[in-house]
Design a protein around this ligand. Sequence first.
Ligand code: PHE
Length: 342
Amino acid sequence: MMFDKVEEYKAMIKAAEAKAADDLEQFRMKFISKKSVVTALFNDFKNVPNDQKKAFGQALNELKTLAQDKFKSLAETLDNGSSESASQGVDLTLPDIPNQNGSVHPLTITRNKIIEIFERMGFNVASGPEIEEDFYNFTALNFPENHPAREMQDTFFIEKNPDKVLRTHTSNVQIRMMEEGKPPFRSIMPGRVYRNEAISARAHCFFHQVEGLYVDKNVGFKDLKQTVYHFVKEMFGENTKVRFRPSYFPFTEPSAEIDISCFICQGKGCNVCKYTNWVEIAGSGMVDPNVLANCGIDPEEYTGFAFGMGIERIAMLKYQINDLRLFSENDVRFLRQFQGSF
Ligand code: PHE
């Protein structure tokens, strides 16, 4: 009877498998621990008739060794991560989790493209402070003392007397450049600007500009036109038309606003061009002689042109985005659409 049990356990031990750590633990509990069936048999030893004690003792020791050897080999198989045990509960046919790569922001893509086009024409890139003294944002740019753009509804004032403002355009960089250096200047100035406007699909309290400045001997309006023509064709395509519309800026004379033919509807009429077939992309003009003089440059010797465009506006046209707010909401559903663009 007792011998039968030993045989039965031997068979169970030989057949045992461990596919996971749990199985191994169960084996240990059943055949090796203090509460194991093997221990139970040892405890029963005293009930074995004397003449069988020797044989039974031998059988029990064999059983114990068998259990220990088997435990070792099961543990080793598990450690080696046999393919069967490692894949337990894992569906190897599931597709991989795709790489969540970030994407370049559409404003950065557009800015880089603008910079690239102007760099090829020999412009370099300049930058300046966003918190600016009134002098660089307004006075040096020929803004009269009572000009409405200085008033609270347009400008964020940081400090009063002397005034510090969040710059309302990147023209401050032009002044700083001209003040510090000597002509010729051929630079563009990309950067963030601020205006105190109610936030809507078409206006925001901050946006980005690229301004350009070219000052040298004999720079004329023709140079401005040719530069803009080249830029527009590179940016929007060979067939895009350009028109200069007379305008006014305190710091340029003459001044012109630059429109391009609506490349979204190609003349058919749409919401973006409000059925006029023209969309405005920039302000421009010949640098006012007063501005040159304010920066210590002789306006009799040097002339220059300047222009300024909104990066958001160019990006909205190029990617047909209809709400300015999308650029700053960080909605990945929007941003992801620019994956793969640079
Ligand atoms: N500074 C002007 C603006 O922010 C743009 C501009 C720049 C116009 C240079 C003419 C020349 O609106």
